[in-house]
Write a new protein. Sequence first.
Length: 276
Amino acid sequence: MSDNSTLRTPSQRIAWTATIIISTLVFIFLIAPILAIMPLSFSSGSYLTYPLPGLSLRWYDDFINSPRWMNSLKNSMIIGVASTLLSMVLGTLAALGLAQWKSRFKPLVLAFVLSPVVVPGVITAVGLYFFFAPIGLTGSYLGLILAHTALATPFVVITVGATLQSFDTNLARAAASLGASPLDAFRRVILPLILPGLASGALFAFATSFDEVVIVLFMAGPEQRTLPREMFSGIRENISPTITAAAVILTTVSVILLATLEGLRRRNERLKGSSA
């Protein structure tokens, strides 16, 4: 088979080169802010300036040994894990119900369920604040967990719903005909097949909660300051290079989640290929 590059016309080569250049520029535009902040976290100076006066881990040490930063990281983990677990349950139930519901109102209900994804975050935050304030859930862990659950559940609905599109409902009927209860059929038949989509939704839900700051600004009290909220306060009150260390940690968590998500996607494709 001949090499495709020898068959390209000059106009095709120009178009290919232009595509590579534009793609490279777009990639640099997207990744440049992350690459710019990382070296600053290793600066030995007290100001966010280039060139770096020297290299040091003092800001990571300050982050680790600061009760304020550690408390905010702990809050982010607690709220993120709790809201992820709750959104997995609610999102899976909603996706299963929507997948089996045949009605002309289904698109309207689905749009309503997914509205937190498309509605601006500040509008969602204001609505949640006025909803939770009269019942005393502002300034509490429970209120933040429920608010982040409302924000993260649509991602679980999307991923699990997409997985259910290829699910063969005859498998559930066969399990029921063999005497399995609905709970056993879900646990032994449905859950293993939708697990990749559920895991992907859980990763999206955790990342959404872990990085969220607008709702926290409206609803968190002094004891519920999360890591993004602490970074926001630090930028407004006292710009310290410790913020760059926290930013690198947040970026690292996001990269790990994306890598895990990609691994789950490839595993799902291999399973589909082997079953076919």
